[in-house]
Design a protein around this ligand. Structure first.
Ligand SMILES: NC(=O)c1ccc[n+]([C@@H]2O[C@H](COP(=O)([O-])OP(=O)(O)OC[C@H]3O[C@@H](n4cnc5c(N)ncnc54)[C@H](O)[C@@H]3O)[C@@H](O)[C@H]2O)c1
Length: 254
Protein backbone atom coordinates (compact mmCIF):
# COMPACT_ATOMS: atom_id res chain seq x y z
CA UNK A 1 0.00 0.00 0.00
CA UNK A 2 1.11 3.57 -0.67
CA UNK A 3 1.08 5.72 2.47
CA UNK A 4 2.13 9.39 2.62
CA UNK A 5 5.63 10.21 3.83
CA UNK A 6 6.03 12.48 6.87
CA UNK A 7 9.82 12.15 7.03
CA UNK A 8 11.86 15.10 5.77
CA UNK A 9 15.01 13.07 5.18
CA UNK A 10 17.12 14.60 2.41
CA UNK A 11 15.21 17.90 2.39
CA UNK A 12 16.92 21.28 2.80
CA UNK A 13 15.05 23.72 5.06
CA UNK A 14 15.70 27.40 5.71
CA UNK A 15 14.31 28.92 8.95
CA UNK A 16 14.31 32.66 9.66
CA UNK A 17 14.67 34.14 13.14
CA UNK A 18 15.99 30.91 14.61
CA UNK A 19 18.06 32.29 17.50
CA UNK A 20 15.36 31.67 20.13
CA UNK A 21 11.70 30.90 20.77
CA UNK A 22 9.59 29.15 18.16
CA UNK A 23 12.16 29.54 15.35
CA UNK A 24 14.97 27.85 17.26
CA UNK A 25 12.64 25.00 18.21
CA UNK A 26 11.40 24.62 14.62
CA UNK A 27 14.96 24.47 13.27
CA UNK A 28 15.83 21.68 15.73
CA UNK A 29 12.50 19.95 15.07
CA UNK A 30 12.88 19.99 11.28
CA UNK A 31 16.35 18.47 11.79
CA UNK A 32 14.83 15.82 14.08
CA UNK A 33 12.45 14.85 11.27
CA UNK A 34 15.37 14.47 8.85
CA UNK A 35 16.02 17.83 7.16
CA UNK A 36 19.36 19.60 6.76
CA UNK A 37 19.02 23.16 8.01
CA UNK A 38 19.97 26.67 7.00
CA UNK A 39 19.64 28.48 10.29
CA UNK A 40 19.32 32.25 9.98
CA UNK A 41 19.04 35.21 12.30
CA UNK A 42 20.28 38.71 12.90
CA UNK A 43 23.57 37.67 14.50
CA UNK A 44 25.63 34.54 13.97
CA UNK A 45 26.80 34.03 17.56
CA UNK A 46 23.19 33.56 18.76
CA UNK A 47 22.76 30.70 16.27
CA UNK A 48 25.91 28.71 16.97
CA UNK A 49 24.60 26.63 19.86
CA UNK A 50 21.51 25.55 17.91
CA UNK A 51 23.73 24.78 14.91
CA UNK A 52 25.89 22.51 17.09
CA UNK A 53 22.79 20.69 18.36
CA UNK A 54 21.60 20.14 14.78
CA UNK A 55 24.99 18.78 13.73
CA UNK A 56 24.98 16.46 16.75
CA UNK A 57 21.79 14.95 15.33
CA UNK A 58 23.83 14.02 12.23
CA UNK A 59 22.30 16.72 10.03
CA UNK A 60 24.13 19.33 7.99
CA UNK A 61 23.64 22.90 9.21
CA UNK A 62 24.68 26.19 7.65
CA UNK A 63 24.56 29.37 9.74
CA UNK A 64 23.65 32.45 7.70
CA UNK A 65 23.28 35.95 9.16
CA UNK A 66 20.11 37.51 7.81
CA UNK A 67 18.20 40.53 9.08
CA UNK A 68 14.92 40.20 7.23
CA UNK A 69 14.27 43.95 7.31
CA UNK A 70 17.22 44.29 4.90
CA UNK A 71 16.49 42.98 1.43
CA UNK A 72 20.20 42.89 0.58
CA UNK A 73 20.75 40.56 3.58
CA UNK A 74 17.95 38.28 2.41
CA UNK A 75 19.19 38.07 -1.18
CA UNK A 76 22.82 37.48 -0.10
CA UNK A 77 21.82 34.94 2.57
CA UNK A 78 19.55 32.94 0.27
CA UNK A 79 22.25 32.96 -2.45
CA UNK A 80 24.83 31.69 0.05
CA UNK A 81 22.46 28.92 1.15
CA UNK A 82 21.76 27.94 -2.46
CA UNK A 83 25.48 27.89 -3.33
CA UNK A 84 26.10 25.63 -0.32
CA UNK A 85 23.27 23.11 -0.72
CA UNK A 86 22.28 23.50 -4.39
CA UNK A 87 18.56 23.65 -3.54
CA UNK A 88 16.05 24.79 -0.91
CA UNK A 89 13.03 22.53 -0.37
CA UNK A 90 11.39 24.15 2.66
CA UNK A 91 11.20 27.79 3.78
CA UNK A 92 9.86 28.55 7.25
CA UNK A 93 9.23 32.29 7.65
CA UNK A 94 9.30 32.59 11.41
CA UNK A 95 11.12 35.86 12.22
CA UNK A 96 8.78 38.45 13.66
CA UNK A 97 8.28 41.09 16.32
CA UNK A 98 5.50 42.64 18.34
CA UNK A 99 5.39 46.11 19.93
CA UNK A 100 2.19 45.99 22.00
CA UNK A 101 0.73 49.48 22.57
CA UNK A 102 -2.68 51.17 22.53
CA UNK A 103 -3.44 52.33 18.99
CA UNK A 104 -3.32 55.99 20.01
CA UNK A 105 0.28 55.58 21.20
CA UNK A 106 1.72 53.73 18.19
CA UNK A 107 4.46 55.83 16.59
CA UNK A 108 5.34 55.82 12.93
CA UNK A 109 8.57 54.03 13.83
CA UNK A 110 6.67 51.29 15.79
CA UNK A 111 4.28 50.76 12.90
CA UNK A 112 7.01 50.56 10.28
CA UNK A 113 9.22 48.25 12.37
CA UNK A 114 6.40 45.73 12.85
CA UNK A 115 5.26 45.82 9.23
CA UNK A 116 8.85 45.76 7.90
CA UNK A 117 9.65 42.63 9.92
CA UNK A 118 6.43 40.66 9.88
CA UNK A 119 5.10 41.39 6.39
CA UNK A 120 7.61 43.12 4.10
CA UNK A 121 10.59 41.06 5.26
CA UNK A 122 8.57 37.86 5.06
CA UNK A 123 7.50 38.71 1.50
CA UNK A 124 11.07 39.26 0.30
CA UNK A 125 12.16 35.97 1.90
CA UNK A 126 9.34 34.27 -0.05
CA UNK A 127 10.44 36.05 -3.23
CA UNK A 128 14.15 35.16 -2.90
CA UNK A 129 13.49 31.50 -2.08
CA UNK A 130 10.46 31.35 -4.41
CA UNK A 131 12.76 32.12 -7.35
CA UNK A 132 14.84 29.05 -6.52
CA UNK A 133 11.74 26.92 -5.97
CA UNK A 134 10.22 27.99 -9.31
CA UNK A 135 13.44 26.84 -11.02
CA UNK A 136 13.29 23.57 -9.07
CA UNK A 137 9.55 23.26 -9.82
CA UNK A 138 9.03 22.21 -6.19
CA UNK A 139 9.02 23.59 -2.67
CA UNK A 140 7.06 24.15 0.52
CA UNK A 141 6.74 27.58 2.11
CA UNK A 142 5.33 27.86 5.61
CA UNK A 143 4.63 31.33 6.99
CA UNK A 144 4.33 31.66 10.75
CA UNK A 145 1.29 33.89 11.07
CA UNK A 146 -0.82 34.21 14.23
CA UNK A 147 -4.43 33.86 15.37
CA UNK A 148 -4.27 37.68 15.40
CA UNK A 149 -4.43 37.54 11.60
CA UNK A 150 -8.00 36.30 12.14
CA UNK A 151 -9.19 37.84 15.42
CA UNK A 152 -8.51 41.24 16.95
CA UNK A 153 -6.60 41.57 20.21
CA UNK A 154 -6.18 44.99 21.77
CA UNK A 155 -2.81 46.83 21.67
CA UNK A 156 -1.92 45.04 18.48
CA UNK A 157 -2.94 47.37 15.64
CA UNK A 158 0.29 46.89 13.71
CA UNK A 159 0.83 43.25 14.72
CA UNK A 160 -2.72 42.15 13.77
CA UNK A 161 -2.49 44.07 10.48
CA UNK A 162 0.83 42.44 9.64
CA UNK A 163 -0.45 38.92 10.34
CA UNK A 164 -3.71 39.48 8.42
CA UNK A 165 -1.45 40.60 5.56
CA UNK A 166 0.59 37.40 5.89
CA UNK A 167 -2.60 35.33 5.61
CA UNK A 168 -3.69 36.90 2.33
CA UNK A 169 -0.14 37.04 0.97
CA UNK A 170 0.02 33.28 1.60
CA UNK A 171 -3.01 32.80 -0.64
CA UNK A 172 -1.70 35.09 -3.40
CA UNK A 173 1.61 33.22 -3.53
CA UNK A 174 -0.21 29.88 -3.46
CA UNK A 175 -2.20 31.07 -6.48
CA UNK A 176 0.85 32.30 -8.41
CA UNK A 177 3.19 29.43 -7.58
CA UNK A 178 0.78 26.47 -7.48
CA UNK A 179 1.46 25.76 -11.18
CA UNK A 180 5.15 25.38 -10.22
CA UNK A 181 4.32 22.71 -7.60
CA UNK A 182 5.09 25.04 -4.73
CA UNK A 183 2.82 24.82 -1.68
CA UNK A 184 2.42 28.05 0.29
CA UNK A 185 0.66 27.78 3.65
CA UNK A 186 0.58 29.53 7.00
CA UNK A 187 0.48 28.31 10.59
CA UNK A 188 -1.40 30.63 12.92
CA UNK A 189 -0.74 29.91 16.60
CA UNK A 190 -2.41 31.22 19.71
CA UNK A 191 -0.20 32.38 22.63
CA UNK A 192 2.91 30.21 22.77
CA UNK A 193 5.33 30.44 25.71
CA UNK A 194 8.48 32.08 24.33
CA UNK A 195 10.70 35.04 25.24
CA UNK A 196 8.30 37.21 23.18
CA UNK A 197 5.24 36.37 25.27
CA UNK A 198 6.88 35.80 28.68
CA UNK A 199 6.38 39.41 29.89
CA UNK A 200 2.76 39.46 28.62
CA UNK A 201 1.82 36.16 30.26
CA UNK A 202 3.40 37.19 33.56
CA UNK A 203 0.65 39.80 33.83
CA UNK A 204 -2.08 37.99 35.82
CA UNK A 205 -5.04 39.84 34.27
CA UNK A 206 -3.72 39.27 30.73
CA UNK A 207 -3.06 35.58 31.39
CA UNK A 208 -6.59 35.20 32.76
CA UNK A 209 -8.05 36.81 29.62
CA UNK A 210 -5.97 34.43 27.46
CA UNK A 211 -6.97 31.34 29.45
CA UNK A 212 -10.62 32.37 29.18
CA UNK A 213 -10.36 32.24 25.39
CA UNK A 214 -8.42 29.01 24.84
CA UNK A 215 -10.97 26.18 24.93
CA UNK A 216 -8.34 23.52 25.55
CA UNK A 217 -7.32 25.23 28.79
CA UNK A 218 -3.61 25.93 28.28
CA UNK A 219 -1.30 28.23 26.39
CA UNK A 220 0.81 26.66 23.67
CA UNK A 221 4.38 25.45 23.58
CA UNK A 222 6.70 25.57 20.53
CA UNK A 223 6.02 21.82 20.24
CA UNK A 224 2.40 22.62 19.29
CA UNK A 225 3.59 24.70 16.32
CA UNK A 226 6.12 22.10 15.17
CA UNK A 227 3.50 19.41 14.45
CA UNK A 228 1.70 21.72 12.03
CA UNK A 229 4.94 22.79 10.36
CA UNK A 230 6.18 19.22 9.86
CA UNK A 231 2.84 18.24 8.32
CA UNK A 232 2.83 21.19 5.90
CA UNK A 233 6.50 20.59 5.00
CA UNK A 234 5.92 16.91 4.26
CA UNK A 235 4.63 14.96 1.30
CA UNK A 236 1.47 14.33 3.34
CA UNK A 237 0.42 17.95 2.59
CA UNK A 238 1.18 17.84 -1.16
CA UNK A 239 -2.43 18.82 -2.00
CA UNK A 240 -2.69 21.55 0.66
CA UNK A 241 -1.96 25.12 -0.42
CA UNK A 242 -3.18 28.63 0.39
CA UNK A 243 -4.29 27.38 3.79
CA UNK A 244 -3.99 29.09 7.18
CA UNK A 245 -3.76 26.34 9.79
CA UNK A 246 -4.88 27.72 13.16
CA UNK A 247 -3.16 26.13 16.16
CA UNK A 248 -5.20 28.15 18.62
CA UNK A 249 -6.65 25.71 21.16
CA UNK A 250 -10.11 26.78 19.97
CA UNK A 251 -9.69 30.57 20.52
CA UNK A 252 -11.32 31.43 17.19
CA UNK A 253 -14.04 28.75 17.43
CA UNK A 254 -16.27 30.95 19.59
N1 LIG B 1 4.87 33.40 20.89
C1 LIG B 1 3.61 33.52 20.49
O1 LIG B 1 2.64 33.51 21.29
C2 LIG B 1 3.29 33.64 19.03
C3 LIG B 1 1.95 33.45 18.63
C4 LIG B 1 1.63 33.56 17.29
C5 LIG B 1 2.62 33.84 16.37
N2 LIG B 1 3.90 34.00 16.78
C6 LIG B 1 4.91 34.29 15.76
O2 LIG B 1 5.92 33.33 15.83
C7 LIG B 1 7.16 33.91 15.41
C8 LIG B 1 8.21 33.67 16.47
O3 LIG B 1 7.78 34.27 17.68
P1 LIG B 1 8.47 33.96 19.09
O4 LIG B 1 7.39 33.99 20.09
O5 LIG B 1 9.36 32.79 19.00
O6 LIG B 1 9.29 35.32 19.27
P2 LIG B 1 10.75 35.59 19.86
O7 LIG B 1 10.82 37.05 20.06
O8 LIG B 1 11.01 34.70 21.02
O9 LIG B 1 11.68 35.16 18.64
C9 LIG B 1 11.62 35.87 17.43
C10 LIG B 1 12.84 35.55 16.62
O10 LIG B 1 12.78 36.34 15.41
C11 LIG B 1 14.02 37.02 15.28
N3 LIG B 1 13.84 38.25 14.53
C12 LIG B 1 13.07 39.31 14.84
N4 LIG B 1 13.23 40.28 13.92
C13 LIG B 1 14.12 39.79 13.02
C14 LIG B 1 14.70 40.32 11.84
N5 LIG B 1 14.43 41.55 11.40
N6 LIG B 1 15.56 39.54 11.16
C15 LIG B 1 15.87 38.31 11.58
N7 LIG B 1 15.38 37.76 12.70
C16 LIG B 1 14.51 38.51 13.41
C17 LIG B 1 14.50 37.25 16.70
O11 LIG B 1 15.89 37.52 16.75
C18 LIG B 1 14.14 35.93 17.34
O12 LIG B 1 15.09 34.94 17.07
C19 LIG B 1 6.86 35.38 15.14
O13 LIG B 1 6.61 35.57 13.78
C20 LIG B 1 5.61 35.62 15.95
O14 LIG B 1 4.85 36.69 15.45
C21 LIG B 1 4.26 33.91 18.09
Amino acid sequence: MDFPEFSLTGKIALVTGASRGIGRYLALGLAHYGADIIITGRTVYQLEEAAREIQQMGRRCLVVPMDITRKADIDAGVEKAFQHFGRIDILVNNAGINIPKPALEVTEEDWRRVLDSNLTGLFFCCQAVGRIMVNQQSGKIINISSQTGTVAIQWRAAYCSSKAGVNLLTKVLALEWGPHHINVNAVAPTFIETPMTKPMLENEAFREMVMGKILLGRVGQPKDVLGAVIYLASEAADLVTGHVLLVDGGWTAH
